[in-house]
Design a protein around this ligand. Sequence first.
Ligand code: NCD
Ligand code: ZN
Length: 345
Amino acid sequence: MTFKSLKITRPDDWHVHLREGNLLKAVINHSTRVNQRCIVMPNLNDPITTTLKGIDYIKKINLLSNNNFSPLLPCYLTEDLDLIDFSKGLDENIFIGAKLYPNEATTNSKYGISSTEKIYPALEILEKKDKILLIHGEKVDSEIDIFDREKYYIDQELSLIRKTFPNLRIVLEHVSSKYGAEYVNYSPNIAGTITPHHMMLTKKDVFLDKSINPHHFCMPVVKNEEDLIALRNFATSGNKKFFLGTDSAPHPIEFKVPNLKSKPGIFSAPCSIEIYASIFDEEKSLDNLEKFCSINGPKFYKLPVNADQIELIEERWTVPEYTIHQEIKIKNFMGGKELNWKLKA
Ligand code: NCD
Ligand code: ZN
C-alpha cells in the first residue's frame, strides 16, 4: 500500500471563534496546532467594539498561545460606534478591518446592524484606509425563509453596499449557497470563505423528522446538495476568490439542544484541516489545497504568505467525540467518525 503525504505552506484560518475564559482555554490549541494566523471573531458576550477591548482580547489570546501565532481581529460594527476610536484602531493595526453582523442573525449579534445606512460612515473609513469589511451575509426577516437569507442579503443589502462603496474590499463570510458563491465569483473586490461543514452537510443532516441535530446546526444553515457541490467546485478549483475560514464555533454541549433554541455553531477546529484535505482528495484536487488554505487568503488581505510548511499524511484516524477542559465539554464536528487525512505532528 502506498500512502500519500503532502506538504503545504502553513495555513491561516480567516474566520474562527476562539471565545474567552475557559472556553478559549479549551479550544485554542486546536487552532494554533495548524494555523499561523487566525481572524478571531469579535462576537464575544461583550463584543469587541473598541480598541481597548481589542487590545485586551488579543493579550488574553497571546498569553495562551505560542509566539509564532498571530490573532487578527476585526472590530464588531454597531450603529453607534465611536468612529474616532475605530479609525485609530485601524491605523494602529489593532483591527484588521470590521465585521458586520446583521441584528439577531447569529450568536451574540444583538448589537448588530438593523439599518445598513447607519454604518455608512464606518464603511467610508474602511474604504479610504483599504481595510476589509467582513460580512455575515444573511437578511433576517420573519418573511424570509431561513434557507434564502443569504440570497436576500446579497440582493437587498450587499449589492447596495458595493454600489455605494465600489472600492471597499469585502469578504462574504462562510458562503453557504450556489447563489452566493457565484455572486462572489463574478463581483470585483469580493472574496469568500468556505467552511468544511458547508461542503460536508446538507439540510437533511440538520432538520430531522420532529427535531434537529444541534451539532449540525449553524448559521448560515447548510443547504441543498447543489449548493454543497457548487461550494466544493469553487473551493477546490484554486480560484483565488475563495479561501479557508472554518467558522469553527464552539458551544458547550448544554447549549446544544435538539430544537431551534439551540445555539448555532459547529466546532470543527480539532479536524478542520484534515476535513479540507479529505474533500480536496475526494474532488481529485489536492494540487489546489495549498492555494485555498495558505495563498488566496493572505493575497486578498494583502499580507505575506507564511514561510514554513505543514505536512499532511494519508492515514485513517478517528476524531475524538468531545473536547473537554475542566467543566467544559464540547462536541467535536465529525466526533467518532473516521477521516483519511491527518496532520503530521
Ligand atoms: C457563530 C457563533 O456561534 O459565534 N455561529 C455559527 O453558527 N456560525 C457565529 C457566526 O459566525 O455566525
Ligand atoms: Zn462565525
